[in-house]
Ligand binder design. Sequence first.
Ligand code: CTP
Length: 400
Amino acid sequence: MRLKDKKILVGITGSIAAYKTPLLIRLLKKEGALVQVIVTPNAKDFVTPLTLSTLSGNPVFSDFFNPIDGSWNSHVEMGRWADLFVIAPASAATLSKMAYGLCDNLLTTTYLSAKCPVFFAPAMDLDMFAHPSTTENILKLVSRGNKLIEAQTGELASGLCGAGRMEEPEVILEKIVDFFSKHETMLNRQVLITAGPTFEAIDPVRFIGNHSTGKMGFAIAEALAERGAKIVLISGPVNLTIQHSNIQLIRVHSALEMYEESIKYFAESHLAILAAAVADYRPSAVSATKIKKNGGNMQIELEPTTDILKSLGANKKNQFLMGFALETDHELENAQTKLIAKNCDAIVLNSMKDKGAGFGSDTNKITILGRTHNPVTFDLKTKKEVAEDICNYLEDKIIG
Ligand code: CTP
């Protein structure tokens, strides 16, 4: 029983795919989970509360009040009770309500007050699924840390064929099992992560920066948070957001601010991963007013910033310290030099020569160098998958 005593809240919305959810409930129960079910008013047209209560072994909730005794069905309590909330199927209407915080029924209200991880499995007709507003809502939900169980392509209830089919209950079950099996491996580990670029001011409107988007650092933060770690994520200016109860996001601008925040949290960390592309130099003086052009050349004097990774390496006690190295040539040699010079336990090497690796892209190709093993090279993967590889490596080194 892979889900023994895990408390799973199952949300069902008004979509024909609701006919598959009783099977999901049965599979969850077979794995030992405790299951409670919330349905939207429309879901009851597709699947009966009697079926659901029989399979889950619990009353099924749909209304704010019990019409018989007038008692209140507490969405707050259900949201807090659950270790995981899975909304399957998630209709287009419910997705948009979730994305915009519209809570007009017990399910959406519970979603808004839930503290646990939320999985959602979209199901709808292909045109609704392909509509830009649905795409936007899904992206919004994912960017806030909700876990998307991707819709599949196939025959739909309308008779049309395309994307929008809810994932099969067996696959949803495996995703949930997988989540819990990873979930506890890093429980109570305190992790410091830096991500993104830093911007070094020249004057009130200009800065020196770089093309880092923060995607790699954010993906690592999310992957570790899902394994139970508590993360302080210190990020330079990026367009990303993250919402996970295990992640505290601190936004900074400059290398100095990133250094100050990193030093603050390092002592209490078990593990630090410095994925930020920190500026090595900043203007020696920042003009208080906008610098005017004068027709001729101009020079800006730069001074070095503090090397955050090197400082943490010098102050390290029992922490495991992982740095990154972005190289264009002599990659392994340069990364090896950084590993030693900055007193790291491991370095994740990116080579600019590898297609699909580095800044901005959704993929990455890494080699991990450590002190006690030969470099390990991974295939080109999505940054999410790379983050999982890094977590597996860290788990192996830290927990054994
Ligand atoms: N780093 C840091 N603080 C800095 C510069 C770099 O913490 N001021 C960290 C990065 O977050 C990364 C590692 O050091 O984990 C290596 O960064 P990289 O830019 O590849 O190397 P540098 O040490 O800056 O050396 P160079 O730019 O000369 O290659």
